[in-house]
Ligand binder design. Structure first.
Ligand code: CDP
Length: 363
């Protein structure tokens, strides 16, 4: 072969190899470019939209509607789920100071010998023209002083009775709290969903009248129901309606006579009327606050950290399936008495401001 054509052949193969190299390099660069772009896109919320900023903007735009409904609540729930919740000690301290000023749960939530001395008057909060003079007999069954400690509870769970708790698996999370508050003698049959611990439970006198026949006959069914909460505090609004005092005393006798370690306390009607005025002055006009709302307010004063479970007064689960009203039955509330959706609106607001954490859904 002439030396020229050999040279030509070497040049040609060299060029061919270089072209191949370039093509490979270009292909690698293209693939890296595409995958980098893909990674940037999939990680976009973390990189380009800092959560705190986005949520801050949402926060400043929150307005409380006049009437809270399921659609509004679902929208808020979506926001709640997309914004990481952050505790705001200042927001909680503001509620604690305001509520402490008007209502003072640690001294006034329950009737005591201190805040209801002999011959003083208890004015029924749901019937303010009627009152009861504190007799020596009543004084005898009242605790000397408020049961609440001088310190704040570290963590509190307030457990509403909403159907949202069914199949939530929230039981162990709820039980982790130092102080667990329940409402209206709820069922203890779903421990995996609602937990086992109960430090305080409200008892509506209407339950004593209907479920336990006014406690005029046998008291054992009531005592047995009480045992299912373990050692606890029962809190009864004995002085809201005049017709409810005697049955509330009987509940106290039943628990005390059974030798139970649990205690029965009565809501102070002055606490309930000042609390209702506090919210009325802020535009919440309702016939009567629900027991859930009353105890959330008490928790705002008594606890360092508060989580709400079981508050969802709507008929559909956020996933779209039908929900019973309670986690244990489907008896709806008396609509004309409370406005639970509106109360839910206030919880949403407190959640967004970081004063408490509202948990809706599974754990
Ligand atoms: O007797 P009351 O109507 O106050 O309440 P309940 O049905 O025994 O439930 C206890 C509390 O849980 C209520 O006072 C509400 O604050 C709350 N709740 C809720 O937010 N959503 C529900 N679906 C049911 C109850």
């Amino acid at each position: 072969m002439p030396s020229n054509s050999i040279q030509e052949m070497y040049v040609k193969t060299g060029l061919l190899k270089m072209r191949k190299l370039w093509v490979t390099l270009l292909a690698v660069a293209a693939v890296s470019f595409v995958s980098m772009g893909f990674l940037m896109l999939t990680n976009k919320p973390d990189i380009h939209v800092p959560e705190a900023e986005a949520c801050q903007e949402l926060l400043s735009n929150i307005t409380q509607p006049q009437k809270v409904d399921e659609v509004w609540s679902l929208e808020q729930l979506k926001l709640m789920q997309s914004c990481r919740w952050k505790f705001n000690a200042t927001a909680l301290a503001k509620y604690r100071a305001e509520l402490g000023h008007c209502c003072n749960a640690s001294a006034w939530l329950t009737v005591t010998q201190e805040n209801a001395p002999l011959d003083s008057k208890l004015v029924y909060d749901a019937s303010s023209s009627k009152s009861l003079k504190v007799s020596s007999g009543l004084l005898e069954i009242l605790p000397e002083k408020s049961p609440f400690p001088d310190r704040l509870y570290k963590t509190c769970a307030v457990v509403g009775n909403g159907g949202i708790l069914r199949n939530s698996s929230c039981g162990s999370k709820i039980d982790e709290h130092e102080f667990v508050i329940r409402l209206n003698l709820p069922s203890t049959d779903f421990p995996d969903d609602v937990g086992r611990k109960t430090n305080m439970v409200t008892v509506n006198p209407s339950i004593l009248l209907s479920r336990f026949r006014g406690l005029v006959g046998r008291r054992l069914p009531f005592v047995k129901a009480g045992v299912s909460y373990g050692k606890t505090w029962f809190l009864i609004p004995a002085f809201s309606f005049p017709g409810h005092s005697d049955v509330s005393y009987r509940a106290l006798y039943a628990i005390e006579d059974s030798g139970s370690e649990s205690h029965v306390f009565f809501f102070h009607p002055q606490y309930l009327s000042t609390l209702s005025k506090y919210w009325h002055d802020r535009g919440f006009h309702v016939h009567r606050l629900s027991s859930g709302f009353m105890l959330v307010n008490a928790a705002l004063e008594l606890c360092q950290h508060i989580t709400l479970y079981g508050f969802w007064p709507f008929s559909l689960h956020p996933d779209g399936h039908f929900l019973p009203y309670h986690y244990y039955d489907d008896v709806p509330p008396k609509k004309w008495v409370h406005d639970m959706p509106k109360e839910f609106g206030y919880y949403v607001n407190m959640h967004f401001h970081g004063a408490l954490q509202l948990h809706v859904g599974e754990c």
